[in-house]
Ligand binder design. Structure first.
Ligand SMILES: [Zn+2]
Length: 357
């Protein structure tokens, strides 16, 4: 069972895939499968070359992912495959074979994967997709992207997408990493909802905020200029919402069900990215460090989730991690952030720190 969050961003689709076992059955809440991790610093980044992908695109993507990996220090724990292909020019059979192997598809699932694709990308033929996940079946990172991301991409937007997607791999692996035990633990019983990692605005805003930081640090694009631009987008969305009777606040961008409902009304919902990224910037400002939003929040989820599963509660890890690392509940944060969004732009811009500082 896979869940997908997808959001249209001008002409492309950014998604984070959530792997969730559908064979949970009679498993206990606190049953885990444990695995070794790749030795720290020995993780491989594999970028196969497929026809139709310009060499300079591959080089830029590789640089963006490598810089993202380095920004996260010793924490990345998996070999990661970044598959970039062209839906018309690449050998899709070759792409499919690699994709389905990395995703760990077997038996009838493999057959379906090879012909129909991951189940949502129409046989690997969607020209504007970018998504990434830590595959629990193989414990490998899987990133994918097609030509819509780099064709007509200005201001290195596709490098930003690569950093964003890499952060999804990182988030989805860290939620299963037990730091002290130095091993990966996957709960046997999983729910179909996507709250294991936290609200959508945290997942997408976290990935965007990280990507803007990496891009700014390496001078791909000016960090403050970009943050100001998306702050404008966020404020526009609040105004658009007011006219349509939609309350544009983080709390309403927590689940994909909420976001899908807005889209069904014809509302262009993007606040989980722009508002989400500013929520990260504001959390950094409140705590005085990026450690919470870049590492500690994710690092503590696995342990806290297991602790609370022992008490019979599922999907509590992220809530408790939020509370621990940001020293307030998520509801308290909602109130503070709503107030923050009413500040004048010049005052909001002053809370930013240097990228990746
Ligand atoms: Zn995303």
């Amino acid at each position: 069972m896979r869940r997908i969050i997808s959001v249209t961003w001008p002409s492309l689709v950014l998604t984070v895939l959530f792997s969730a076992s559908s064979t949970a059955g009679a498993q206990g809440l606190n049953d885990y499968d444990y695995y070794k991790r790749v030795s720290p610093g020995k993780e491989k980044l594999i970028l196969p070359a497929y026809r139709g992908v310009p060499a300079k695109t591959r080089v830029l993507m590789k640089r963006a992912i490598t810089q993202s990996y380095k920004a996260l220090g010793k924490r990345p724990i998996a070999n990661t495959y970044a598959l970039y292909w062209h839906t018309k020019k690449s050998n899709l059979r070759k792409v499919a074979k690699k994709w389905c192997a990395v995703a760990g598809r077997k038996g009838p699932h493999l057959k379906r994967c090879l012909t129909e694709g991951g189940g949502w990308d129409k046989g690997f033929k969607t020209p504007n997709i970018a998504s990434a996940v830590f595959e629990t079946a193989t414990r490998k990172g899987l990133m994918e992207s097609t030509q819509g991301n780099w064709n007509d991409s200005n201001k290195n937007f596709h490098a930003k997408t690569a950093a964003h997607e890499y952060f999804h791999v990182y988030q989805t692996m860290m939620q299963h990493y037990f730091e002290k035990e130095d091993r990966i633990g996957i709960p046997k019983k999983q729910t179909k909802d996507d709250m294991h990692l936290g609200p959508v605005w945290m997942v997408e805003g976290g990935a965007d905020y990280f990507a803007y930081n990496v891009m700014g640090k390496h001078k791909w694009r000016d960090y403050e200029e970009w943050m100001e631009e998306i702050l404008g987008e966020a404020k526009d969305e609040i105004s658009r919402g007011k006219r349509k009777g939609i309350k544009v606040i983080l709390k309403n961008y927590a689940t994909d069900a909420q976001i899908d409902k807005m889209k069904a009304k014809g509302f262009y919902a993007h606040f989980q990215y722009d508002g989400g990224a500013w929520a990260m910037a504001y959390l950094r400002y409140l705590t005085g460090t990026n450690k919470g939003v870049f590492t500690n929040y994710y690092k503590d989820i696995a342990e806290l989730e297991r602790t609370w599963r022992k008490k019979g509660k599922i999907n509590y890890g992220w809530r408790k991690s939020f509370q621990k690392n940001f020293r307030m509940t998520v509801d308290q944060f909602y109130t503070r952030f709503n107030r923050f969004m009413k500040w004048p732009t010049s005052r909001q811009m002053k809370i930013l720190s240097r990228p990746l500082s």
